[in-house]
Design a protein around this ligand. Sequence first.
Ligand SMILES: [Zn+2]
Length: 332
Amino acid sequence: MTTRRLLNCCFLGLLTCVACTRPNSEIQTAKANEPGPASTASAPAPAPVSLGASPSSTEPAPRVNSARAFQYVKEYVSIGSRKPGSPGHARAEQYILSKLKGDNVEVDSFTATTPVGNFPIHNIIAKFPGKKDGIIVIAGHYETNYPLPNGFVGANDGGSTTGLLLELANQFRGKPNDGYSIWLLWTDGEEAFVKWSDEDSLYGTKHLAERWQKDGTAARIKAFILLDMIGDADLDIQRDNNSTPWLSNLVYQAATTLGYQSHFFEQTTAIEDDHIPFAKIGVPVVDVIDIDYGYANAYHHTTQDTLDKLSPKSLQIVGDVVLRTIHYVNER
Ligand SMILES: [Zn+2]
């Protein structure tokens, strides 16, 4: 997650800054009215994934196994700090790759020049084929912030998304897919090495967007869905003004259909994150992010970003919304 967020704190005088003034009691009240599936943290039985064809009214919507996703997060966070260039970073990569054995995996490697030296950067891409001509990318960064103390383990910031993406791989693996191909992308070098700026940030995705623009991949991407900080037990996803409106609307439609709308888009912000390099080259993008992590965002980029602040329920909500959004993108 980035260190520079452009919060539209007073947009039209109606919105308040989520990180500054919103009382937690308001958030809790909204969640108390939440219906149905969102009220359980237990893992549902895995259902067949229908990513392309229209599901009948009797067909259950595909759902992720949140207990399994949370177990991945737990194991991943136990690695500790995952700063670029560190042994923990290498172990993090090994962990992700160990869960993708037998899949079609590509590692996009290069050396990033940062204000504090050169670092090897590795974006990890797992590709699951579909019958339709086009690609849907689901992404999240996996490293931890370089300047923070080694005690920073990024349970939510990089950990939650890594685990959920691994669970999404389970949903796509070995299943026929009539829709677009799904590429899962664990990005590296998202965080600043010193201080967030256009130059010191988004190393992995800037490199990948340039590469995919040159080789024609970018033109085939129908949607780039970025996940960040989505494990927060107190889940409130903001609407991002830097995302593509129609794709944001599909995410909200998915959340509403699944009964999860109370966790989505009560607030609007403008986020700088891994989706930006792709937005700049014309790819439809959405950042599914909760930057209200702890009271006044107090846990963000601190050693308090630990597993106990997270909930399998939040992984369930976001994972299910992603699966439903994929279905809607295929239907467009
Ligand atoms: Zn971060």
